[in-house]
Design a protein around this ligand. Structure first.
Ligand code: AMP
Length: 439
């Protein structure tokens, strides 16, 4: 029996793979415009990093990590998110020992969470995000929101709603947690077992509970906004007024708390409902953190970052027809050797065309000429190059324009020149970078 993929994972093939590349390249370009540079932390880290970083009360750490002992009996975890790993990378490589703060980085790669697979929710998925570390200002929070907003606009995702909230400073959160404990105490015996441990570890997490009966109880819970210190209120108002100045639309959502423990002050999420009404939940989310770097053994430094789910971005773009069709790379030239004798020359011709920048494929199977032409058509080739025994003997090829069906014989040494002319690639003279540069 054949072996299938692991539950909750998926194969990304053909046009979908091209679409992922398109999305990731666009995101990279925009991050670079905002002066963020790429970092590539490893996929696996010591489990302790996530327990300390993401937090013991988060669902991610409590239930969703892929953790195993390696052969040296060390507990290793496949990253369930990037932020903790990037903080480790920053601390270990002493990247905050500079006057050039904040340290601004972007990342892309797979993350792993043992969640129940469903629409838009996988056990391996791709995240793309940024972190800006070493600056505590409302302006840097806003820069990350502007960056995310620019990304969504560049993808033509216009119906995005930005939800924003503040979790306040330590003082605000401590008072709020006390109030939540008092409130939930009365209802605890009606709530799910998870909420019992959330109550003990971090009552904020109860606000995220997805059990419908618990959500009703959550509706009546005290609101963060009533427990904000003056400082926290001022900081949040500053963030909102900066967003107003930049005409970035947002909705303040005082139920937004985020599922990872390290957040404080500003938190935000990007929501999108496809035109067909499918709601994939948050396509991206992020926020500010004060204690994470210190918690992981680094200096006292605040940071802010967000993460997009590339799989979800792909789904909404596909649903709303926002991906250019034909993203599957068509070949420009299809080389067709007729018989064994022609194959070495076909390989040589294909190599020469590729070096000159023409996307070229060749037929590796012994099929009839008609069948080869059908393959050339399916691949979208503009030209077919036919090589038979005669052509090998005469050191030439036949070039056929697939659109006009006109074919010409061409000596090997004139191949690139002829193809460039046929393709309409004009030589612009000295130092030009066009295909015919060698002629
Ligand atoms: P988080 O790290 O939980 O804040 O998630 C950031 C983004 O990652 C979310 O907004 C989603 O777009 C995406 N995401 C989170 N979990 C999953 C999942 N299980 N499958 C696919 N995408 C996910």
């Amino acid at each position: 029996m054949a072996v299938n993929n692991v539950k909750g994972t998926r194969d990304i093939i053909g046009e979908e793979a091209n679409a992922f590349n398109y999305i990731e390249n666009l995101l990279k370009q925009i991050c670079e415009l905002f002066a963020y540079n790429e970092v590539r932390p490893p996929v696996m880290e010591y489990s302790e990093l996530f327990v300390r970083g993401v937090g013991e009360s988060s669902d991610v750490v409590r239930k969703e990590m892929y953790t195993f002992l390696d052969k040296g009996e060390r507990s290793i975890t496949l990253r369930p998110e990037f932020t903790a790993g990037i903080m480790r990378l920053i601390i270990q490589n002493k990247l905050l020992n500079t006057n050039e703060l904040p340290f601004k980085a972007y990342y892309v790669g797979p993350v792993f969470r043992y969640e129940r697979p469903q629409l838009g929710r996988y056990r391996q998925f791709t995240q793309f995000g940024v972190e800006a570390v070493g600056n505590n200002s409302p302006e840097i929070d806003v820069e990350t929101i502007v960056l995310a907003y620019t990304i969504l606009n560049s993808l033509n995702l216009e119906n995005v709603s930005i939800k924003i909230n503040t979790l306040g400073d330590d003082e605000s959160r401590e008072n709020y947690k006390k109030a939540l404990k008092q409130y939930f105490e009365k209802y605890l015996d009606q709530m799910c077992p998870d909420c019992h441990s959330r109550y003990e570890l971090n009552p904020l997490r109860i606000l995220d509970c997805k059990v419908p009966e618990d959500q009703k109880i959550v509706e009546g819970a005290p609101k963060m906004k009533d427990f904000l210190s003056e400082n926290a209120k001022n900081r949040f108002n500053k963030v909102l007024s900066l967003l107003d100045d930049l005409s970035i639309p947002y909705v303040v959502d005082d139920t937004l708390v985020r599922g990872l423990d390290y957040y404080s002050e500003t938190v935000y999420e990007f929501h999108y409902t496809s035109k067909n009404g499918t709601n994939y939940g948050a396509i991206g989310a992020g926020g500010h953190y004060d204690k994470l770097v210190a918690e992981l053994g680094g200096p006292n430094a605040a940071g802010v970052g967000f993460s997009f789910g590339v799989d979800r971005l792909y789904s909404v773009l596909r649903d709303d027809d926002l991906l250019e069709t034909g993203l599957d790379n068509p070949v420009e030239i299809y080389v067709m050797p007729m018989g064994e004798l022609a194959k070495p020359l076909a390989l040589q011709v294909a190599a020469e065309l590729r070096v000159s920048g023409y996307r070229t494929d060749m037929c590796f199977e012994d099929v009839k000429l008609g069948n080869m032409f059908k393959r050339a058509e399916r691949k979208g080739a503009s030209f077919a190059i036919i090589i038979g025994e005669n052509e090998v003997n005469n050191q030439e090829v036949i070039i056929k324009n697939m659109e006009t069906t006109v074919q010409v014989n061409c000596p090997l040494e004139k191949l690139i020149e002829t193809i460039s002319k046929e393709m309409g690639d004009e030589c612009c003279g000295d130092g030009c970078q066009c295909h015919c540069k060698e002629n």
